[in-house]
Write a protein that binds this ligand. Structure first.
Ligand code: CA
Length: 235
């Protein structure tokens, strides 16, 4: 089995070394980058399975780097665990807003770090396949540049709102999206649409998918009392 490859971005050599030794000992392959520029070039050389990213780095912060990665198609779904000396709630919220997968506040135990790494890898494993500007989950593919959606290889005609909804669901891997989050992602933070409007458009999205592929439609799951999720296969 291929060893998961983890990139450690940390300017404090002692911490980086300690983490690297523990990861290698636990069956991971890992490399260390000492700043954002080096991390950026290493990531484009070879995409890691997960990045441990220190918040406080010289020149460009880990937070800015994470934001940059989330805005690029190749790294949009890169699993990131932020290492931070700051425990302030506001920082965590800011990090979660840019899509950080998890946090470790320094000092942390390597045992806990390993547990979190495994948990994120398990959670993120479900298979969002990225190829150029196309994201694929299960039988559904969406090309954000060509604005094209296919299910089982057949074209799906979607109105702009349904396209944005599907895109938002695809971006999240298999995480559950709350109606409120979907509302913000699709209609913007300052929209005052009713949350039931989200349900209406989900219904239209399912109908459009069903017309081409019932299996694709079944991937759009309703999670009672929470929201929606795109599963990788119809269960
Ligand atoms: Ca640091």
């Amino acid at each position: 089995m291929k060893k998961p490859y983890i990139l450690i971005v940390e300017d404090e050599a002692a911490i980086a070394e300690l983490v690297a030794i523990n990861l290698r000992h636990s069956g991971f392959e890992c490399e260390v980058a000492v700043d954002s520029a080096q991390a950026q070039s290493m990531v484009f050389e070879r995409l890691p399975d997960l990045v441990l990213l220190d918040w406080m780095l010289p020149t460009m912060s880990g937070f800015s780097l994470a934001k940059q990665w989330r805005s690029q198609i190749e790294t949009k779904l890169l699993p990131i665990i932020m290492l931070t000396a700051r425990a302030e709630e506001a920082d965590k919220v800011a990090g979660l807003d840019v899509g950080i997968d998890d946090y470790m506040t320094k000092p942390f135990s390597t045992k806990e770090l390993l547990a979190r790494v495994r948990a994120v890898l398990r959670r993120r494993a479900p298979d969002v396949v990225v190829s150029g500007s196309t994201l694929t989950v299960g039988v559904i593919s969406l090309d954000s540049v060509a604005h094209r959606v296919t299910a089982e290889g057949k074209d799906v005609k979607l109105a702009p709102t349904e396209f944005k909804l599907l895109n938002a669901l695809l971006q999240q891997g298999d995480k559950v999206l709350k109606r409120e989050t979907l509302q913000n992602m699709v209609w913007g933070h300052y929209s005052d649409i009713d949350e039931r409007t989200v349900d209406v458009h989900i219904k239209r999205l399912r109908e459009a998918l069903t017309a081409v592929s019932p299996a694709a439609s079944a991937q759009v799951e309703t999670i009672r009392g929470m929201g929606y999720r795109l599963s990788k296969s119809a269960l």
